[in-house]
Structure formats: C-alpha cells, structure tokens
Write a protein that binds this ligand. Structure first.
Ligand code: 2BA
Length: 107
C-alpha cells in the first residue's frame, strides 16, 4: 500500500476529493499553510493499493490547477525594510509525496 500526501489549492480541494470518492478512493483533508506564501492550502492523505496509485494521481492531476500569485517583497535598507515590486510565483497544480505504508489497519 502507498500513501499519497498531496498539497493542493484550497479552491481545487472540493473537486479533487469528490472525484477521488466517486472513483472509490478514501481521503482525509487537512487544512494547511504553505511555508513560503503563508497562505492556506489543503493537504490530502490518500491511502491506495499500489495497482491503483496512478489512477488516484491522475484524478489529483486532472482537478488541480496551477495559479500565478503575487508575493509582496521587502528589501533590507540601513533604516529597516522597504517594500519593492511584488514577485510573481506559480503555485501548483499539486505537490505530491508518495510513501510506502508499512502497516494499515482499521480497528
Ligand atoms: P508555499 O510554501 O506557500 O509555496 C508557494 C509557491 O511559492 C510554490 O509553489 C513555489 O512556486 C514558490 N516557492 C516556494 N518556496 C519558494 C522559495 N524558497 N523561493 C522562491 N519561491 C518559492 P509550489 O511549488 O507549487 O508549492 C505549493 C505548496 O506546496 C507550497 O506552498 C507548500 O505548502 C507545498 N510544498 C511545495 N514543495 C514542498 C516541499 N518540498 N516540502 C513540503 N511542502 C512543499
């Protein structure tokens, strides 16, 4: 068994979870915060049998969209921090980690 840890945009989470469920995948949705933008995102935990791993990843991929976000930037001057032109970053579609599950039980 594998565990997919998928970090996705908050606005995509409903469609991703709904379509995973429609295809028979269980998932757990956690409210998380990205360390760079300090903005809310969603982390999904999806436990899957190895032969269905790619099917789950395909669903996450299909319903996760990339977005361009503006990040306010600061530069340090002798008298403190001064705002400079915002920087644009591309966020997502999805950031995935796939890890082996040593043991899975429902008690
Ligand atoms: P954030 O950390 O808020 O990052 C949002 C976006 O900012 C990233 O999009 C990337 O385009 C940019 N970014 C992040 N760190 C940066 C840095 N040090 N310098 C310049 N730009 C930077 P994604 O790569 O699509 O990541 C989306 C979210 O996925 C991240 O939100 C974070 O919550 C998670 N994530 C990405 N890579 C990760 C990793 N290696 N470990 C854990 N979480 C990760």
């Amino acid at each position: 068994m594998k565990l997919i840890i998928a970090i996705i945009n908050y606005d995509d989470a409903g469609a991703v979870v709904q379509n995973l469920s429609k295809s028979g995948f269980s998932s757990t949705r956690l409210a998380t915060t990205g360390g760079f933008l300090l903005a809310g995102n969603v982390t999904l935990l999806v436990g899957v049998e190895e032969e269905r791993l790619q099917a789950a990843i395909d669903i996450i991929h299909r319903y996760s969209h990339s977005r361009r976000e503006m990040v306010p930037a600061l530069t340090e001057m002798s008298y403190g921090f001064m705002p400079v032109m915002p920087v644009e970053v591309t966020v997502g579609g999805a950031t995935l980690f796939v890890v082996d599950v040593e043991r899975f039980e429902r008690l």
